[in-house]
Write a protein that binds this ligand. Sequence first.
Ligand code: RIB
Length: 292
Amino acid sequence: MVKIAVIGSSSMDLVVTSTKRPGAGETVLGEAFKTVPGGKGANQAVAAARLGADVYMIGCVGDDHYGKAIIQNFEENGVTTDYVEPVTHMESGTAHIILAEGDNSIVFVKGANDAITPDYVQKARAIVEQADIVMIQQEIPVETVEYAAELCQELGVPLLLNPAPARPISESVLEKAAYITPNEHEAALLFAGISQEEALKKYPEKVFITEGKRGVRYFNGENEVLVPSYPVEAVDTTGAGDTFNAALAVALAEGKTIEESLRFANRAASLSVTKFGAQGGMPSRKEVEESL
Ligand code: RIB
């Protein structure tokens, strides 16, 4: 069983389903409202655990009702929470999601995720050191991402950086990460000034650009390759990227080839969109293997 440490956000997702997305200044009638666990870090931790990894979450929640529910959800999914600290000075992170017209819009409020400082991660150094791979995203402070990249390099542990949501990242973090998984919008920001093709060539078998329904693109040292995704009837695409990242990390840590890992990740992500909620459709290992 591979060991994965996730340094990242946790939140409660407040999800409204509506037939129409309101424009600025407009009110529309929604159809349903639900609260479900989310946050890119937490989603990736839960997805990796369902795929059979031994997962350690390094994160923070508020000392509140949502915080307790988030920790309980980790425990129900077999994610180790020794380094998920309830903090008293900030509320749990929340994501405000509208599901309408076949896609989502999300406003993420970091809350307690801002307490995931470099010092906080330093306390979990032993977990990072023992991990086969570390996953990180960008709903936490920028200094923490920088510190984690340094720490992973120092300890010789591969870091999978999911640069979501989009924000600029220093060249030194890009160099230190072992794998980077932007979508097209994030890639345009990360590699401003060069084309997507040049960015892929610059980082062979390291940068994987996800293109939604089309699949994922990378450079294998000789050619640019598109590994296609699997067509499915999507109910809710929230968390598909997180499932992709988690499955990719699990497969790479298990020693699968890049191509096999990307196929496995695409399959897991395609299954994840068939149910409501970021974590609702995240598949088990058996479900992915049976459908491959
Ligand atoms: O990637 C999906 C996640 O992004 C949601 O669960 C929400 O919490 C936002 O952070």
